[in-house]
Design a protein. Structure first.
Length: 340
């Protein structure tokens, strides 16, 4: 029998897709504010995560997973606890379990990336390399499903034929995973290639676990109402968005989309509040600026080295100062209460 949390459903949901550098805490919180039901973190590699220490950050009110070089690899908070899915890159069942057990108290589910075609992932046998090693897939997923108390899911790309894709997902279903996300592109296809909705549809018909359709951002999903059209076109239970959400996370909002200027401001507020790394803040803002990245504002963002400088570019200096004062006051109060 598999013991899974009852709070998280994968049916009829809309998810923020896992995205390296994009899916850090500010973006995840913003996506939740705008109506995403579930938010994936960026893919985190098992070897790096296994070296991390779990640290409760009382000042920021976060839980941080901190590497030996003091880098925060994964930061999360109470607000997203029931909605955040921790995605890992792994090719090793034991290491995957070690990492899953390290984070399971702080996340809603654990996901394994089986779709990344980039060499840094595949050369270690991770990501899309797993697609040609179903025994390894089965070993990793079974180990996770039996070893953690939160749901386990995985995200795949499609295989060269419908039959192979369906049979892989049927095998995945038998491991006890709670859902499978299907990016409807072949391993070698670029994000600009048209999506194969028929493959997602065949998978959705062949298994009884929820299928989360992914890959529609460029041509099919531009606004909130397109999400339901994409779900219908694929016959999937749910939809996962990457680029459409990266460009403007208010795509999750059914009154949206909101003007991206407003969205960027809200993003920066979360980045300041949660002390997000400035380079990461810049990266995400540049994605939202898109073709305006060389505009005067874009150049100011690119030149900024700190969250303070980024705030200035958006006229948010007062907000920045107020948050700094709050955080410093909290730190002082914590220090004095810790003194004997
Ligand atoms: C991605 N993608 C991705 N996939 C994954 O499983 N783990 C990851 O960490 C990442 N990282 C990532 C970063 C960035 C910047 C992009 C644009 C994409 C792939 C992503 O989740 C999704 O599968 C594809 O982008 C297709 O979905 P859309 O963009 O058509 O909605």
């Amino acid at each position: 029998m598999f013991v899974v949390s009852l709070s998280l459903s994968f049916r009829n949901i809309t998810a923020l897709a896992p995205m390296v550098r994009v899916g850090t805490l500010p973006m995840r919180l913003l996506a939740l504010d705008y109506g995403a039901d579930v938010v994936y973190c960026e893919e985190l590699i098992d070897i790096k995560m296994a070296q991390c220490q779990r640290i409760v950050n009382d000042v920021l009110e976060t839980v941080d997973f901190v590497a030996p070089d003091e880098r925060v690899m994964f930061r999360t908070c109470e607000r997203e606890k029931d909605s955040v899915i921790f995605q890992m890159g792994t090719a090793d069942p034991d290491r995957a379990l070690t990492v899953a057990q390290l984070v399971e108290k702080d996340v809603a589910a654990i996901d394994v990336n089986m779709g990344c075609p980039k060499e840094y992932s595949t050369k270690g046998g991770m990501g899309a390399a797993l697609l040609s090693n179903p025994d390894k897939i089965e070993a990793i997923l079974k180990k996770l499903v039996t070893g953690v108390s939160v749901p386990v899911t995985c995200k795949i790309r499609i295989l060269p034929s419908l039959e192979e894709t369906v049979s892989l997902v049927q095998r995945i279903e038998k491991t006890g995973v709670a859902a499978v996300a299907v990016h409807g592109r072949f391993k070698d296809e670029r994000p600009t290639h048209p999506i194969h909705c028929d493959y997602i549809q065949a998978v959705a018909q062949a298994v009884s676990i929820p299928v989360i359709a992914n890959g529609g951002s460029l041509d099919l999903v531009k606004t909130n109402s397109d999400i339901e059209k994409f779900r219908k076109a694929t016959g999937a239970s749910s939809v996962m968005l990457a680029r459409a959400a990266m460009w403007n996370p208010s795509v999750f909002c059914n009154q949206g989309p909101l003007p991206v200027e407003k969205v960027m401001e809200e993003y920066i507020k979360y980045a300041i509040r949660y002390d997000n790394h400035a380079f990461n803040t810049k990266y995400c803002l540049c994605q939202m600026l898109r073709d305006r990245v060389e505009s005067p504002l874009g150049k100011q963002v690119q030149a900024a080295q700190t969250n303070a400088e980024i705030s200035e570019a958006y006229g948010l200096q007062t907000f920045y100062q107020e948050i700094q004062q709050d955080l410093q006051a909290k730190m002082a109060a914590l220090q004095s209460s810790n003194q004997p």
